[in-house]
Design a protein around this ligand. Structure first.
Ligand code: CTP
Ligand code: ZN
Length: 150
């Protein structure tokens, strides 16, 4: 039987594959895709051999810099980026957790200045799996299961 794509192929752009189903809308937010006027198609709860179910996002005519795309590592650590040119996959990249995180997550410490005043959060990433981050402002540690997204 011929293989049928669950989300149509694109001519040029980026395919972000292997996104955990729960992270789909967070990835959309982190990459600010609300503001993107290019064609965007996505699927969620799709079958995946490796993950059982997954989400995928296809963005036409957009190509992301590493720094931009590494921000999604917090919510989609195994995401794979495929660069498509003229229907061909010309490059595959994996996301890499950045050393510093600006915004995206809030500090676990309710007394932290970032939770009291309108100041952007900033963290140093201490470990990757599980994610542990140290607040630049109050030095308190926020870890993976305490993370809330801005
Ligand atoms: N894709 C697309 N449009 C194209 C070419 C590929 O949307 N013109 C998508 C495919 O649907 C797939 C992803 O880009 O989700 C990667 O394509 P490919 O490397 O051909 O698939 P796989 O070998 O299954 O990828 P993986 O490395 O994840 O195993
Ligand atoms: Zn803090």
């Amino acid at each position: 039987m011929e293989k049928q794509l669950q989300v149509s192929a694109i001519k040029d752009g980026t395919v972000i594959d292997h996104i955990p189903t729960k992270a789909l809308f967070k990835v959309i937010k982190i990459l600010q895709l609300e503001e993107c006027s290019q064609m965007i198609t996505f699927g969620n709860n799709l079958d995946s051999k490796a993950m059982k179910t997954k989400a995928i996002i296809k963005i036409a005519n957009r190509f992301f810099a590493d720094e931009e795309v590494n921000k999604i590592a917090l919510v989609a650590p195994n995401a794979k980026l495929n660069t498509i040119r003229d229907y061909e996959v010309i490059e595959k990249r994996v996301v890499k957790t950045p050393k510093e995180i600006f915004g995206i997550v809030s500090c676990f410490n309710p007394k932290c200045i970032t939770n009291v005043e309108n100041i952007k959060t900033r963290f140093e990433v201490l470990s990757n799996k599980p994610i542990t981050m140290k607040c630049f402002h109050c030095e308190k540690i926020t870890n993976e299961n305490e993370m809330t997204y801005l």
